[in-house]
Design a protein around this ligand. Structure first.
Ligand code: BTN
Length: 331
């Protein structure tokens, strides 16, 4: 969904978090005071908290940095820009991944498509979970890419994307972030972000992959109330003195994503394996691995060359697993 130009203008006027008098806003937007009031209400319905103070006017409870296409594109290298065929930013969408999966079905040769959103109304996580996606504060990003090889060649792609995410975060001073097999971005045993890769295509290729990333930049506890696991956001990691630009971080993420996907078929996961191991936050940990109704307990011994999880079970046997959900066992 695209917001009206007036609603967008109102949002961008309020975005700095300063007070704006009702008269000044109404004048700038050529609104009547009652039309302004209605628009303010529609912003609140999106979950944006607006304070109204007599004699001062309106201000956002927390300032917003709205996504800006030209800002992001200007921060990409020429090589990456040339790999992008379509770049869309939605004010509101059901899910950026769902949107690109539908596009890849409708136009199978589509590639280099970037879909970002300020808000998702049906954001999807792995295993059919909801991905909490409030307006304007986090990053919801999907990229569609067509590979000439078949789906079997992409088994480690989501792990390689995890490495790409860490590189982008490190470049913005966000340190201490780890990877939890297979697709979670973790910080101090709390989830900071998640990757959802959806692949479709023929056995011997070509195939299309939609690579989705959700990254928590700022989540209020009210917004996060439905999240059933320990979570963290970048504001908590960096503290209140250190702010990062949402648009700059989004550009760095895209830069790193395109470096991985444009070289993936020839280099495959082997190229990223050692780096992934550096960030592995489960190495040596006692865990439970859930596969359907089965629970396997063991100690994580890292990943193998294909990106499969190596688990030493209680009887001392080493097994590798291609899928499943891992949870730390607290002693
Ligand atoms: C997970 O950890 O469960 C994966 C979460 C992936 C969420 C992102 S947000 C952007 C893209 N669109 C979606 O609906 N999901 C992914």
């Amino acid at each position: 969904m695209k917001f009206s130009e007036k609603k967008k203008k109102l949002l961008s006027l309020l975005a700095n978090g300063d007070f704006h008098s009702g008269t000044a806003l109404a004048e700038k937007l050529k609104f009547s005071r009652s039309a302004l009031w209605k628009q303010i209400n529609t912003l609140e319905e999106l979950g944006i908290e607006i304070l109204a103070v007599n004699g001062k006017g309106y201000r956002l409870k927390s300032p917003l940095e709205l996504l800006n296409k030209s800002h992001i594109i200007n921060n990409l290298t020429t090589t990456t820009r040339q790999l992008i065929s379509v770049f869309d930013i939605h004010d509101q969408i059901d899910s950026t991944n769902t949107n690109l999966v539908a596009l890849s079905r409708a136009i199978p040769k589509s590639t280099g498509v970037v879909c970002l959103a300020e808000q998702q109304t049906a954001g999807r996580g792995r295993r059919g979970r909801e991905w909490v996606s409030p307006f304007g504060s986090n990053l919801y990003c999907s990229v569609l890419w067509q590979f000439q090889s078949g789906p079997e060649s992409l088994s480690g792609l989501s792990l390689a994307i995890g490495v790409a995410v860490i590189k982008a975060l490190n470049a913005h001073g966000i340190q201490g972030v780890g990877l939890k097999w297979p697709n979670d971005i973790y910080w101090q045993q709390k989830k900071l972000g998640g990757i959802l890769v959806e692949v479709s295509g023929e056995v011997n290729g070509p195939c299309s992959a939609v690579i989705g990333l959700g990254l928590n930049l700022h989540l209020s506890s009210a917004e996060a109330s439905s999240i059933e696991q320990d979570w963290v956001d970048i504001s908590q990691i960096l503290g209140s003195d250190h702010k990062i630009s949402r648009n700059d971080l989004q550009a760095s993420l895209l830069e790193q994503f395109f470096q991985v996907i444009s070289h993936y078929t020839e280099q495959s996961f082997a190229q990223y394996r050692d780096e992934w191991r550096l960030y592995d936050c489960m190495q040596g940990q006692l865990v439970n691995l859930f596969i359907g109704n089965q629970v396997i307990s063991g100690t994580v011994q890292g990943i193998n060359d294909e990106g499969l999880l190596l688990l030493q079970t209680q009887d001392g046997k080493m097994q590798c697993y291609a899928s499943g959900e891992v949870s730390f066992r607290r002693l």
